[in-house]
Design a protein around this ligand. Structure first.
Ligand SMILES: Cc1cc2nc3c(=O)[nH]c(=O)nc-3n(C[C@H](O)[C@H](O)[C@H](O)COP(=O)(O)OP(=O)(O)OC[C@H]3O[C@@H](n4cnc5c(N)ncnc54)[C@H](O)[C@@H]3O)c2cc1C
Length: 417
């Protein structure tokens, strides 16, 4: 027998985007059903680096959660900065907050997604959230009253009805496919590999994450991210267009860099691989695509919101979940679930908040194709404290980051102004 459930919102997927949506729907007192195909704790291939935006959404939902994060050093490692290694091998160390006082919390942290996503998942139970894990969607129907999703869990079949559905089902999500049949553009799609090691040497004493812009990977990069318990997350991310055009074997390219790159190989001399190499796609926000329509909203990777320069998507997944919940609250109050209403309430607000940032990052990604430009900026910044301070501020100040897009920025560096 089919069990029927009527609710206000159906969320498909309980990763950061789905969790963010659910947390903020609960804060607004809106009943919802979450359908998740995996069983938590579950892994997700990722660099495992969480930025200030992740911290912001957590703090806004419940300030105690961020404290909880920093009280568990065996699970979450505070991160204070970033090392950019230019194509010529020269590093540039950038502290997120150069004027940090010892008592200040770190702006970001690293944590295995197995841990972080489960941390978020454990925050979901509430009188408003009904959660089905290990649940398998069989059908999604769009009709004049909203949406009906049929799924199975064990031997049971469920039919859930709601006026609104949220696609938080990540890269290759089925909600996006059902409602918005837009394929991925190869220019906006990258592929990444991740592997865990122990015994990697030469890490920064304040756990700076490292991005190595190796010439053969541009505009992508090789990364080394320190994690709790002496583990290091290592990986590569490269545009799928480049992989196809240059017939790159990503796995071989990553292992080749570890074995032979003069800046990297010695640091792995006594390192041990503690996991298998795994890959996943990165749908990036290179252009502003629709993220809602009649009776549906898309969040996180399902909405292609990964930063095209840094590859960061957890922060935008949580942030878009929060904004989607705000839009849903308006949509339910006014009983308006149309494409026009949701576009104003969600797409326009989302792109007003993060659209510029994505555009700037898309341009930076394009500039990264020019190794000489990268080498030039890093060389100059290593000689000029004011330039390295400017780059440091670019992490929090979008107007400053926008300067990187303009030729005048490079001319000023050239003439030391
Ligand atoms: C190699 C790599 C490195 C990365 N490094 C970083 C990094 O260091 N920092 C960073 O911020 N971002 C990074 N990202 C991006 C980041 O992983 C994603 O942006 C983030 O996971 C998006 O969260 P999400 O909730 O949208 O999707 P996901 O985390 O993919 O969650 C989607 C959820 O939906 C569920 N689901 C899928 N299909 C269905 C279905 N049909 N029915 C029910 N449930 C379903 C899945 O089981 C999953 O739990 C990286 C990505 C890759 C591939």
């Amino acid at each position: 027998m089919v069990k029927t459930i009527d609710t206000k919102v159906i969320i498909v997927g309980a990763g950061p985007a789905g969790a963010g949506t659910s947390i903020y729907l609960t804060l607004a007192g809106i009943p919802h059903v979450i359908i998740e195909k995996a069983t938590f704790p579950r892994d997700k291939v990722c660099g495992d680096a969480c930025s200030g935006k992740t911290a912001f959404v957590l703090r806004k939902a419940n300030p105690a959660w961020l404290q909880e994060v920093f009280q568990q050093p065996d699970k979450f490692m505070p991160s204070h900065g970033i090392v950019f290694v230019a194509p010529n091998g020269k590093p540039l160390h950038i502290a997120y907050n150069p004027n940090r006082k010892p008592e200040d919390l770190a702006p970001g942290f690293t944590t295995p997604r197995m841990v972080f996503d489960n941390f978020l998942f454990e925050k979901l139970p509430s009188p408003y959230a009904t959660i089905y894990q290990d649940a398998h969607i069989k059908d999604i129907k769009h009709h004049d009253k909203g949406v009906t999703v049929t799924f199975t869990k064990g031997n049971e079949t469920y039919e859930v009805n709601a006026p609104l559905i949220v696609g938080a089902d990540g890269d290759k999500g089925i909600v996006r496919k059902t409602f918005l049949n837009i394929g991925e553009s190869p220019k906006a799609y990258a592929v990444g590999l991740r592997v865990y090691y122990t015994g990697v040497t030469g890490l920064h004493k304040e756990n700076f994450i490292e991005l190595h812009f190796l010439p053969e990977m541009l505009p992508g990069y090789f990364w080394i991210f320190p994690m709790p318990n002496g583990v290091v997350n290592v990986g590569v991310g490269i545009l799928s267009e480049r992989i196809r055009d240059k017939k790159i074997n990503l796995r071989e390219q990553m292992l080749h860099a570890i074995k032979t790159n003069p800046n990297i190989s010695q640091r792995f001399a006594n390192a041990t691989l503690v996991d298998k190499i795994q890959g996943w796609g990165l749908p990036m926000g290179m252009e502003q695509l629709p993220v809602s329509g009649d009776n549906f909203l898309l969040v996180g990777d399902a909405a292609s919101l990964i930063d095209p320069f840094s590859g960061e998507g957890i922060g935008n997944a949580l942030y878009s979940g929060m904004l989607a919940a705000y839009a849903i609250e308006k949509s339910l109050t006014e009983q308006q679930h149309s494409r026009a209403f949701l576009k104003q309430a969600y797409d326009d607000v989302l792109y007003k908040r993060i659209g510029d940032e994505l555009k700037i990052s898309a341009t930076l990604q394009r500039l990264c194709r020019y190794p000489w430009l990268f080498n030039f900026v890093v060389n100059k910044a290593n000689k000029s404290k004011s330039l390295s301070d400017t780059i440091s501020c670019m992490f929090t100040d979008m107007d400053l980051r926008d300067k990187l897009r303009k030729p005048s920025f490079y001319l000023k560096i050239l003439f030391n102004r």
